[in-house]
Structure formats: structure tokens, C-alpha cells
Design a protein around this ligand. Sequence first.
Ligand code: ADP
Ligand code: ZN
Ligand code: ZN
Length: 840
Amino acid sequence: EDQLNTLFATFDSEEVTFFADLILPIPVPRLFTYRVPRGMADLVKIGARVIVPFGKNNSRVMTAIVARLHNSPPTAYQARYISEVLDEYPLVTGYQLELFRWMAEYYMCCVGEVMNVALPSGLKISSQSKVQYNPDFDYPELLTEFEEVLLTELKKHPALSYEELGRLAGEGSNVPALIKSLVGKKAVIVFEEVREKYIPKMIRKVRLHTNYEEREQLLVLLNRLEKLPKQQEVVMRYLRHVPVQMNPSLNQKGLDKTILNQDDEISQSSLTTLVKNGVFETFEIIQPRFSDTLSPQVEIKLTDYQRSASENIMKQFEQQNIVLLHGITGSGKTEVYIDLIQQALASGTQVLYLLPEIALTAQIVVRLQRVFGDKMGIYHSKFSDNERVEVWKGVVSGQYQFVVGVRSSVFLPFDNLGLIIVDEEHETSYKQHDPAPRYHARDVAMMLAHWQQAKVLLGSATPSLETYYQAKLGRYGLVELFQRFGDATLPNILLVNTQQEKRQKLMKHEFSSVLYTALEMNMERKEQSILFQNRRGYSPYMQCEDCDWTAECNNCAVSLTYHQRDAELRCHYCGHKDPVPRTCPACGSTKVRTIGFGTEKLEDQLQIFFPGSRVLRMDLDTTRAKNAYQQIIQEFESGQVDILVGTQMITKGLDFDNVSLVGIFDADRLIHFPDFRATERAFQMLTQVSGRAGRRAGRQGTVLIQTANPQQPILQKIITNDYKGLFEEEIQERQDFNYPPFSRLIKLTVRHTDKITSSKAAQRLADELTDALGSSRVLGPEEPLVERIRNQFLFDILVKIERDKVNVKAVKSYIQERINDILTDKGLRQVSIIADVDCL
Ligand code: ADP
Ligand code: ZN
Ligand code: ZN
């Protein structure tokens, strides 16, 4: 009987079918159950990636993550088999799965959307639909004339993507409909081609053959090339970049081939000859993230103020999980962070240091690398996918115990965090707008820390009201650092009355005489200046003087911005471009003029005022390329540039020695922006940009703010660096009107190409929510400032939920139900609704 039982047991266990609930990277609010093939039973683990078929006829291939294993088959559908297991060990930790679930619930989105954003695409194999001529096709009489022509073309190609087919079919053709028709007639086959994405980016380099590393041999070579001047020049060019005579080991790293080939074909063919003759050798390496010249390790010596701040933070961490470091610009917060990071690493835990996108430049990276060397991982959105995969794997393998990164680094597979630093915690760029999950990295970091029992340090010179409020209540610790490093003092901030200057005819275009003179003097002293105008392009409006026609976007309810460099009008919302009209399209008048000014125009005016000066511009238009920020910053740092003009990009975390003047244009527009956070934002932005001046002891910096109304109270607070005054006033207003931090906000945006449909859906949603939550908690529907974007009419509804009195979870799921009702209502087809939790 025993034997029989054993026999049955094995028999049973073989018969047990395993099922896996998977997260698929798609916006569907549920998990998907798949069957685990027998041979894979031991391989499929929670947190590992698997490949599965998906869609009708298994036409798609997807990478999924195993979230749950069980043995109850799904009731609603026949489960398909997992086709492949990608990971021997879980790629996603238990903490991350928990994070995915929490984010989906908190930010009202699908767990698949979270996964999709969390994983670098190099870790997701994707597939692409392709179209191929069906060799068995034999009903040409069914084809339309156009299809016949297209098919003849298609026969010449092995397989085409939808995009390529679209190009073949010509502009304006409806590719999906075309394919549907052709598939119906069995003229073509559609299939999925798997694209493996993780391909390292190689760069081609060149180095001297090792024979010539020795001084003697090198001299012989140069002598030999005497009669071949072009080849000699190439070798000399190499030696200028790589001084082999002084340090032979430099040769091993070689030189980027493009540097030797610079802009002349002669050197290219000479180089080819030199390679052929064995003087040079070429090789390839994986593109490094930052310059691989490791800076010498240095020890940071904290000032007394910094030391006591650091000690105070550690002490408060004994009682508190979250501490705010409120330190003025230039106080050396980074040094305090470094001290704390070292302590956390020494105790064997992982550390995450979050920075806003733009602040994460070579400047900070070099400072940190000097201390942490290559133990530090860097996670940046300008990095290639493959570089991000490397960091991901480095965290798993333990190579990186410490990562400095942007918002999305909260998704890295940490499992032993001891400390998370959120630098410039007030920065709005920590909030993701699109796509879902619309998360706030600071708040997600706090959840991560909570699960892993890590501490969180928030740092800022201008904390968000939300954070400071928590600190005042004692829910967060608070440490202040109000001394600039090394006897430097805060800059002297002066207001310049542009109204008055206009009356007295002192303005030179956009420049007040005060700013103009200050710039002139600064240049004479060989000191650098920064000019801030939070608007890119040449001018934001183009208008006809005779009939008041203004250039507007076809797709959005906004004016087009004139970009002089590219001679076009551009929509900053959808990217639409129009040529610049010579005459008014409405009345034919030639008096078409530009109104207002952006960074391009300031750059132009500076060139006219100060011929020979060197001006750089930093805005979205000049920083699209991967290393553009860094290049601009390095060039400015090198001191050969006199003036840096830029948008808010220049306000963040930059640290230049020689900047003694900051000029601010159009402060009034920031202050009067129609939003309940405008005052807070203006204070933050103007204080931060001011903080770029006078960061070194010796000379106090100057900040000039141009305003039409110097009496505005907020300007007085900026001048005196009165953060606390600002806080007291603003917090009172927030309380009176029940805005954050006294409530949570959820913004619901309803969109449709038809305004009436959009409005109808929005009104219904607002009515239903008002019925359930009361009219004091629901505002709108209201048309937003820009009420049409990409031909979609928008309506906003704002839901305010008190912090403590209401069950937020229940409210969210109620809202979600109402949304789902509308989305499935046949009368409201194609309406889309976006929920933005804790919107900014
Ligand atoms: P914050 O982030 O508070 O604006 P930073 O950390 O950028 O200030 O420091 C301002 C400048 O002062 C930096 O150039 C930094 O290198 C320098 N600095 C600050 N503290 C020290 C220190 N203890 N030793 C050497 N340099 C320091
Ligand atoms: Zn006109
Ligand atoms: Zn547009």
C-alpha cells in the first residue's frame, strides 16, 4: 500500500498544474493568469520575467513579471502557456512588487502601467507588427486598384513595419484599414517580430600600437614620418590629446576616433594608412556614462556649522524617520549629504540620492565621484536604455550600494535601503505628468523608506509648504543651516522699477539701465553673469498691427511662439510648426510684429549691446542633445563665457565660482500666474536663481529683479530671504481655502475631440461626485487655461479631500467607478479621463 501511495503521490504531483498571475505592461487593471509548462515548474519564480503570447491568435509577444503562483485555473478564459523564463533569479524584488501595487492604487492607475515605466525598456523584450506578401495569394481580382499597386511594391520587400508600409502607401493613407482589407482578402500576412533591445552602444576608438609607447620608438616613428607630413600631423594630433611621452598608460584608453578625424578627409585617409601600417590600432568599447577619468579621492572636511547640522540630523533620526534640512543656497548641503551617505554605507545599507533632472549634471557627479569613486551608480533619463539596464543590474549584484539618480530611480531594485536623500525636495519636476503613473518621487521615496526601515532626508533652501508644515507640526525633524560656506554671504537683491525706467525712457529694449550698467561693469571685472527669463524662443506672440490677428496653433488654444533661429512659429504644447508669415494672413497688412520676449531675443540684444562678449543660452531648445547641458555648463565654468541666459534650467543647483551678477526678467509674470501655488513657486524660483550669485567668499553677489511693481509683498520677502514670513502668510491662506497641505487634491481631466461631448461627460462626472462628496469637495468642471490641446477639448474637475476626516481609499475607488461608468457609456464614446492624484 505504501508503494502504491508513493506511486500515486508522484503521479499526482506530475498532474498538478501551476498557474502564474502575471503583470503585463499594458493599461488593463488586472493580472493575467497563464499556465506554467511542466518543465518550467521550478524555474518560474515570483519577481522573475517571463515571455508570454498575447492578443488574438497570439499575435503579440510580451515580457511579463510573475506576481503570484497558485493552482486554480481562471474561470473566465482558457489560460495560455508561458513560453519562456528570462530570469534565473527574480529581477524584481518583493519590495518592488509591493511598490507597484501601492502606486497603482494610490495614483489610480494600472499595475501594468507602473511596471512599464519602472523597467528600462532594455529589460522588456518588445515586438513589432510586420506585414508580408502572402505567397499563396491568388485572388487578385478582389483587390482595389490602389491595393494592387501597393501589393506589387510590397512583393519587392521581405517584410515591412506598419510605419514603412505607411510610407509606401503615401501620406494620408489609413494604414490599419488598408491592412485589415488586405488581410481579409488573404493578400498579406501579419506577424510579430521580436526585437531584443539590450544592445550595448559601442564607440570606436584608436590608440598607438604598444610598440610606440616607448619614447625611443616614438621618436623613430616621428622621424620616419617627416616626409609624410599629413600622417605626421595625425600622430601629433593624437599626442596632443594623449601625452604618451609623459604617461604611457594613457594610451590604453585610446582616443575617440571622431576626434582624430575632425572635419578633414585628409586625416581620415592618413589615419587609415597609419592603421594599415600598424602604427595605430582601432578597438571598440562600450560607451561610458561619464568621463572615465577618475578624479582623485578627496576627504571632505565639514565646517563647524555643517558638522553640527550633520550630527543634529543623525540625532533626530533616532526619533524621526524623516528630517528636513532647511539650508540656504551655498551652505554646502551636498557636503552634509556626503557625510551622511558615508555613515549609511559604512553601516552596510544602501543609499539613494535623488536629484531633479537638471541638477544632475557633471558638476555634482564629479563632486560625488571624488568621494565614492565607481561604487556609485548614476541613473539619468538622458542615459541610453542600456546604461540604465547596467545600473539596474549593478544594484542587484551589489556593485552599486549607492545610486544618485533622477525621479525614476525610485524603481531600482533596492532591498536594503538605509538612507534616501531627496535634494531640492520642493522641485516640481519630481512629479511625473505623463504617462501614468503620475507619481511624486519624494512621496514614493517615503513609502520605500517606510517599508525598508530607511531614513529620509529632505533638503532645500526653499522647502515646499507641505514639507515645512509637517516639520512645524513635529511630524518631521527639522535642521537649519543658515551660513554660506567659507564666509560667503547671500547676495544683495535689488528691485529695478521698469515702469519708472520706461517713463524716463531709460530702458534699452528689455534691459533696464541699472541692469545694463551692472552687466557692463561685471564684464570689465571679468566676472560672470546669469540672466533668467522663463520663456524660450524669440517672442511668445506674433500679431498684426492693423487687424489684431495673432498666430495661433491649429491644434491647441495657444499662441505660437516665434523662433528666430529656425525661422518658424512653434506650438509649445503639441510641437506644431508654421512658417513665419510675411504678411498678415487675415488682412494682408505687412505690419506683422512680435510681442514679448524669450531667451533667444535676449541673446540677440546682448550681442548688439556688447559686441565681442561671449553669451551662452541654456533652455529646452539648446539642450536636446544628450550631453548638451554638460557642455554648456563646462563651457561656462571654464570662464571664457561672460553671460549665461536661460530659463528655469539655470536656477537649479548649479555652482559657479565666478558668478557675481544675476538678472531676472519678467518676475511679475511668475508672481501673477493664475494658480494657488504661484506665490510659493515664485519665491522658490527667484530665491534659487538668486542663489547662483556670490557663492564664493570675497565679493558679495548682486541680484537685480526687474519688476513693474516693486511694492509687491512677496518681493520684499525675497529680498530679505524671509522664508518663514512667506510660510506663515501662505499657510494661512491654504487653510482658509482648504488647499494642500490641509487637503489632498485629485485632478480629473476629461478629454474629447468634440467639445460638447467632453463637456457633457465632465458635467456628469462632476454631478455624480458632488452628490456623493458634497459641493465643497468638488470644483468644476472648468476649462483649463489652455482649453484645447492636440484637438482635444479639456475640462478639469478638482476633488479636494480633507486629510484626516475622509477615507481616501474609498473616495478614490468611488471616483474610479464613476469614471469606468462613463468610459463604458455608449453615448460618450472615445471620452478619456485622466486622474492626477496630488496634482501640482
Ligand atoms: P548648496 O547645495 O547648499 O547650495 P553646495 O553643497 O553646492 O551648496 O556648496 C556650495 C559650494 O561650497 C560648493 O562649491 C562646495 O564645494 C563648497 N563647499 C561647501 N562646503 C564645503 C566644505 N566643507 N569643504 C569644501 N568646500 C565646500
Ligand atoms: Zn491683419
Ligand atoms: Zn499646438
